[in-house]
Design a protein around this ligand. Structure first.
Ligand code: SF4
Ligand code: SF4
Length: 267
């Protein structure tokens, strides 16, 4: 399965592009990594399967813990605080090494449901997305689960929508065979560096959303992206048009079709 990651600033036009690809690519999986507020499912009808998502996370029994700090020293992710030995759920990767380290058996891995992952299937196309339970952390683990489920489904392509270049995008970029960056006025140069740090593919494409783009900034960004191996494909219609396209999920816009068709040809 080839993993194609599409990223860019919020509202840059990624969703419209995904919808354009959805109507053109068969035998494909689409992954929405926005597990706090998933969006793509609103445009995709199909047979739905819902599955609970569990993680095994470390829980400490403070009645047994003697405060030796061996667990803290063993944690490769720095997830345990020195002051009170609190395990930060945002940092913990649930690797279980702290549990193995504790001779007192004060730590245990406990099974917890933190959300669900959902599969929508229509003909040869599948959409995967997830939802966390209120107050739950573990966004990265849920997105990894979506990716693992996708790899088990034996499709040709996975189109993965990510947002910016934060932790979730970094996880997906590290698996990417192709990257599509939607460049808009809110993109900064750092994004291009970070994409290059996280993935080493040579298949990198650039789509431009010029709405409100200063011509000098556009020149600077495009030059930098091209110097870093991105191939400039095409300009998109302006953001307002893209919003309407998203809402209708149907596209008769010539400029948009040209951009998406040029992308499909590359993929
Ligand atoms: S290794 Fe065990 S006993 Fe030592 S601080 Fe950690 S939980 Fe407590
Ligand atoms: S499970 Fe792994 S990541 Fe989480 S606190 Fe223990 S050692 Fe650190």
């Amino acid at each position: 399965m080839r993993s194609i990651v599409i990223t860019g600033a919020p509202q840059s036009g990624k969703t419209s592009i995904i919808l354009g690809l959805l109507s053109r690519l068969d035998n494909s999986i689409f992954i929405d990594t926005k597990v706090d507020v998933p969006l793509l499912y609103k445009f995709f009808t199909g047979q739905e399967t819902r599955n609970p998502f569990h993680i095994k996370a470390p829980v400490r029994n403070f009645m047994v813990c003697v405060g030796c700090q061996l667990c803290l020293k063993r944690c490769p992710f720095g997830a345990i605080y020195e002051e009170d030995l609190w395990i930060d759920p945002l940092e913990c990767e649930c690797c279980g090494l702290c549990v193995q380290q504790c001779a007192q058996k004060a730590l245990q891995m406990v099974n917890m449901q933190i959300g669900e992952w959902i599969k929508l299937e229509k003909e040869s196309k599948i959409l995967l997305y997830g939802k966390l339970m209120p107050g739950a952390t573990g966004e990265g683990l849920l997105v990894e689960e979506l990716y693992n489920q996708a790899t088990a489904l034996s499709k040709d392509l996975a189109i993965i929508e990510t947002y910016g270049v934060g932790e979730i995008a970094a996880r997906m970029l590290s698996k990417a065979s192709d990257v599509i960056l939607v460049l808009d006025p809110f993109t900064n140069e750092e994004v291009i560096d970070r994409i290059n740090n996280f993935c080493d593919t040579s298949k990198k494409y650039l789509l431009l959303n010029k709405k409100g783009m200063d011509i000098d900034k556009e020149k600077l960004l495009v030059q930098k992206a091209e110097a870093n191996g991105f191939k400039l494909l095409s300009a998109l219609p302006y953001q307002e048009d893209l919003k309407v396209l998203s809402e209708q999920a149907i596209c008769n816009n010539e400029m948009f079709n040209k951009a998406v068709n040029s992308l499909v040809q590359e993929l």
